[in-house]
Design a binder for this molecule. Structure first.
Ligand SMILES: Cc1cc2nc3c(=O)[nH]c(=O)nc-3n(C[C@H](O)[C@H](O)[C@H](O)COP(=O)(O)OP(=O)(O)OC[C@H]3O[C@@H](n4cnc5c(N)ncnc54)[C@H](O)[C@@H]3O)c2cc1C
Length: 437
């Protein structure tokens, strides 16, 4: 009987060290370096220099790139432990990079490790794992995101080269990446799940143009964000630049998503806890009409509701992580729980951050607390990695799988029929009961 919600004491010590280290050493970087690319672009001298000694400490502690298996220099911790680590890392924009587990590099490394040739591993994977370069995963197109069936960016084999033509959209970190993993249509005559492939494209390949960068939210000047609008015009890469076989693109891509979504969800738990901390500090500090906000029942309700939602969400994420570790595969059951967690995430964030904002009054609306920054993440969480609706559809299909329609006019639980069935089966019992009256 193994229902256990405790963290093993040795690992807890590591988490305690991380907790302290993130608060003391990394969170200050979030205040000092606030440019959109600061934690992610290794060519920026200031943030890169500030992170270097911190990365070294993480490596010395054996906590660098823990999502990797031991064969790639990681710990092979599994998703539950990674989830608990990401809960701490979620408090800071810089922390995932300092710990060598920043998306999309983590997922890209997983793909290269599984499908890359020895040359590709040496050229791209090694410097990526060492945190020396950034990478990009480019799938979404301007006219199509959630529906891959509408992708049109094509790659055609000409001699020993793939020739790419088309456009991509919201390709995070494309501008400063050393290489991009690009999803292209290689066979338009079959459904996209059999006709797409993934190519490794060096950032400086002729024919690859960053038309414009895009930012999330309103603060940045147009053109200043980290999400690239890309155009490929007769962009040529070698025949061997393909990962997996032609047409295998979606299968290859699947290997990057599962764990990544759990880490993202646990980083969101870290953010949610931070919002709850702020809510509580405010409630215990602000007096109105002769009493603390914390003494008012409507404030208590906000705190209780937030605590309940965060705890439910956190346990659900950890349950999904535990399932992945148990099955060591992305089974249907595992995929259902990952989709459920992904679908729940924006709603919990919206509710908790809104309450925290509201309780801070005008200060909460201002640019002088982190709360409006958190608020801007609510819609992002519902879109990035696929819209909520798509994940809900996946959950519902799984929940409905194997269930059956009623065979008669009324449902199986229609009481008159149910009583009739019970009556027929237990007629003797019923007679005795009546006789005893
Ligand atoms: C911060 C951020 C970073 C990103 N980084 C990357 C990246 O690095 N690489 C990359 O390739 N992409 C990236 N994306 C793009 C992201 O994957 C897409 O935005 C997402 O898949 C949705 O596609 P879309 O924006 O085209 O929206 P659409 O597909 O147009 O969907 C818009 C809306 O239509 C509705 N809808 C869509 N499908 C359904 C459905 N089946 N049922 C019901 N309603 C539906 C939903 O309300 C949905 O929100 C990023 C996005 C964001 C916000």
């Amino acid at each position: 009987m193994a229902w256990d919600f405790e963290t093993d004491p040795d690992f807890q010590k590591k988490l305690d060290w991380m907790d302290e280290f993130v608060s003391r050493e990394i969170e200050p970087l979030d205040l000092i370096f606030r440019g959109p690319a600061d934690p992610f672009d290794p060519s920026l001298p200031g943030p890169t220099a500030a992170m270097a000694p911190l990365k070294k400490q993480v490596q010395e502690r054996g906590l660098w790139a823990c999502h990797l298996g031991p064969e790639l220099g990681g710990q092979g911790y599994g998703q539950l432990k990674l989830g608990l680590m990401n809960e701490i890392l979620g408090r800071s924009r810089f922390a995932p990079t300092v710990f060598g587990c920043q998306a999309p590099d983590t997922g890209n490394a997983e793909i290269l490790a599984r499908f890359g040739s020895p040359e590709q591993k040496q050229r791209y994977l090694q410097p990526l794992l060492a945190g020396e370069i950034a990478s990009c995963y480019s799938m979404t197109e301007p006219q199509a995101g959630a529906d891959p069936g509408q992708f049109t960016c094509r790659a055609v084999l000409e001699g020993n080269q793939w020739v790419i033509n088309g456009e991509k959209w919201f390709a995070s970190h494309a501008d400063f990446s050393r290489f991009l993993l690009v999803v292209v249509v290689t066979n338009p005559d079959v459904p996209i799940h059999q006709g797409a492939s993934i190519l490794v494209v060096d950032r400086d390949t002729p024919g690859l143009e960053v038309v414009r960068n895009t930012a999330v939210g309103m603060r940045e000047e147009p053109g200043s964000g980290v999400h690239g609008y890309l155009r490929f015009t007769d962009c040529r890469v070698p025949r061997e630049a393909i990962l997996g076989k032609p047409g295998q693109g979606f299968e290859v891509a699947q290997s990057r998503l599962g764990g990544g979504r759990i880490h993202h969800a646990m980083r969101t738990v870290g953010l949610l806890k931070r919002a709850l901390d702020m809510m509580c500090e405010r409630a215990l500090s602000r007096r109105t009409k002769g009493e603390l906000l914390a003494d008012k029942q409507m404030t208590q309700e906000k705190i209780a509701d937030s605590y309940i939602q965060i705890t439910q969400f956190r346990l659900h994420v950890l349950y999904a992580a535990w399932l992945i570790d148990k099955h060591q595969a992305y089974t249907r059951e595992v995929r259902r729980e990952i989709a459920a967690v992904k679908a729940a995430m924006p709603g919990v964030l919206r509710d908790v951050v809104y309450r925290a904002l509201h309780l801070h009054g005008s200060l909460g609306m201002s640019n002088e607390t982190p709360l409006m920054g958190m608020w801007a993440m609510v819609p992002e969480m519902g879109i990035v990695d696929g819209p909520t609706e798509v994940h809900k559809v996946a959950v519902a299909k799984e929940v409905l799988r194997g269930r059956e329609a009623s065979t008669g006019l009324f449902p199986g639980y229609y009481l008159p029929n149910a009583l009739q069935a019970v009556g027929d089966r237990f007629a003797g019992l019923l007679e005795r009961e009546v006789g005893n009256l």
